[in-house]
Write a protein that binds this ligand. Structure first.
Ligand SMILES: *[C@@H]1O[C@H](CO)[C@@H](O)[C@H](O)[C@H]1NC(C)=O
Length: 519
């Protein structure tokens, strides 16, 4: 018995020594957001770290090194928002941005004033690191300061306008298209102009309207002494869901680490009924899902009928994620409320994936080498699909143009033309060619930040500069002024010389005239 107690004690001590105390936060209840943090939480818990996870999906179960904090208050707000997401399909990038900024503000406030979060804030807890999903919730980064911890952000979008400014990642509008635009990396003059204006307008909206509101939330709910600018200037790490197989090669500073494809689970097995269904689908299967935010039942009846009519005319089977009951379903269509999406994509008979083009779905399609028919709706989805089309493994159909003939053509084209599959499989090989698994890499960098007390050596000095210093506006202004002054002086001298010469030549002329007269 004594020996047992000693062993347990040693184990606990051992665990204490190399395990850190980590607070993970994901306020968005939607699965695609929740999963980006939950995946890391699971890996951290597996490595014996002490993890507290604030989220709005799991109930309050806890284990020896895991505490769950359930925030219920945000769920109703987000499910109301999800009902109207399809309306954003016809909105431009600026309306999309404003929608997301406001959504983030409200979500942040509802969460911050909720009882479980206030309880945690008023506790005597302390953490080594705070790992949170960056989603228009800058005030929440103040948790790091409150708990004397290092701030680590996770970006499901990859590096984007949401995160670049926090880490000083260079993103010139000349070759980095805005995530809310419909541009690819190769832009003509007018596209670059539009991309530049779009980037600047959204930055201004953020700086003038939304960041000050987040600063108020920080003061109101966390600490009246806190200054958001100081909080945002001291973030240790960005784990970015990005990889060159999907996103184009753009620069980033050392505190931004790409762990794109970390959400892939390659070991899953299909449930027996689905396995049998797919094995039997010798003509192939088309997978159809509009993601976890937008529900298929918010499709207009017209769009729904167009889709079903197209499906009656193809020989492939279709698996459609649809959250409501449908009548008059064609024989070759199977409706499921929830899909084991990755395991379905991994099946050899899956020929195409009809998707909204969310970041996670794009990664899954590329990883498993399945070409895409994209029906983008909002946020970064247009950008994702336009790029996948540009990279030759997708066909895009805007939700507003969703007609039976168009969908039918797209399905025939994608299953018969080998180009799409060849391109996506080439990208799949690139995605699988990585030095370590992306989850291991993410955990390594989280631990690195904790070992080195915030890892200030990763931080770019650029963050200490004013924007006009960073863009070298001061230096360019001085140089242009000096050159201009020199040119002015030069021209003035030249002018003086000419008038002198003029005078002299006039005098000479006069002389000649006088001389002539005298003669
Ligand atoms: C910045 O964060 C580190 C932890 O990563 C902390 O030790 C330090 O005090 C913070 N600095 C400021 C100015 O908040």
């Amino acid at each position: 018995m004594k020996l047992f107690t000693l062993t347990v004690l040693l184990c606990i001590l051992h665990q204490k020594i190399d395990s850190a105390n980590i607070l993970a936060i994901c306020l968005m209840p939607n699965y695609s957001h929740f999963n980006t943090i939950h995946k890391l939480v699971t890996a951290l818990v597996d490595r014996n770290h002490q993890v507290t996870f604030i989220n709005s999906r799991l109930d309050n179960t806890s284990t020896i090194n895991y505490t769950n904090i359930f925030v219920e208050d945000v769920i109703e707000f987000i499910s109301e928002i999800n009902k109207n997401l399809a309306d954003l399909a016809s909105a431009g990038p600026i309306r999309n941005a404003i929608h997301e900024f406001y959504l983030g503000l409200e979500l942040t406030e509802i969460a911050l004033k909720s009882q479980p979060i206030q309880k945690l804030l008023n506790s005597k807890e302390s953490f080594d690191a705070v790992v949170l999903e960056l989603f228009y919730n800058e005030a929440v980064i103040g948790f790091a300061n409150h708990f004397n911890a290092s701030a680590i952000l996770v970006s499901p979008l990859g590096s984007s306008f949401r995160s670049n400014y926090l880490f000083a990642n260079p993103a010139p509008a000349s070759y980095v298209p805005h995530k809310l635009s419909r541009f690819t990396k190769s832009m003509n003059f007018w596209q670059r102009l539009e991309n530049f204006l779009l980037t600047k307008i959204i930055e201004l909206l953020r700086e003038i309207i939304f960041t000050p509101k987040q600063a108020q939330l920080l003061k109101k709910y966390i600490n009246p002494e806190y200054n958001l600018e100081v909080v945002l200037n001291n973030i240790s790490l960005l784990l970015s869901n990005s990889h060159v197989s999907v996103h184009s090669a753009v620069p980033h500073v050392p505190s931004t680490v790409n762990i794109g494809s970390y959400l892939i689970n390659n070991s899953g097995k299909l449930p027996q009924d689905l396995q049998t269904y797919l094995d039997a689908s010798t003509d192939g299967v088309i997978l159809f899902s509009l993601g976890s935010n937008l529900e298929s039942k918010s499709l207009a009846p017209k769009e729904r009928d167009a889709i079903l009519n197209a499906f009656t005319k193809i020989k492939q089977n279709v698996i459609w994620k649809f959250e409501a009951d449908l009548s008059n379903i064609p024989k070759n269509v199977k409706i499921l409320k929830w899909l084991p999406q990755q395991d379905l994509l991994a099946h050899a008979n899956t020929k195409a994936f009809i998707t909204h083009g969310g970041a996670a779905s794009l990664f899954e399609a590329v990883y498993f080498g399945v070409p895409i028919i994209g029906i983008p709706v909002f946020g970064d989805q247009n950008h994702n699909i336009v790029n996948a089309v540009n990279d030759g493994y997708a066909i895009g159909i805007p939700l507003m143009d969703l007609k039976e003939e168009k969908l039918l053509w797209a399905i025939q084209e994608i299953v018969t033309n080998p180009k799409y599959r060849d391109n996506v499989q080439q990208r799949s090989r690139i995605m699988r060619d990585q030095p370590s698994t992306p989850v291991d890499s993410g955990i390594y960098w989280i631990e690195h930040v904790i070992r080195h007390k915030g890892a200030p050596h990763l931080r770019s000095t650029s963050l200490d500069l004013k924007w006009y210093h960073r863009e070298m506006i001061d230096i360019i202004t001085i140089l242009v002024t000096i050159v201009t002054v020199f040119l002015i002086i030069f021209f003035l001298l030249l002018k003086k010389m000419f008038t002198k010469c003029d005078n002299i030549s006039k005098k000479i002329k006069n002389c000649i005239v006088i001389n002539k007269k005298n003669n």
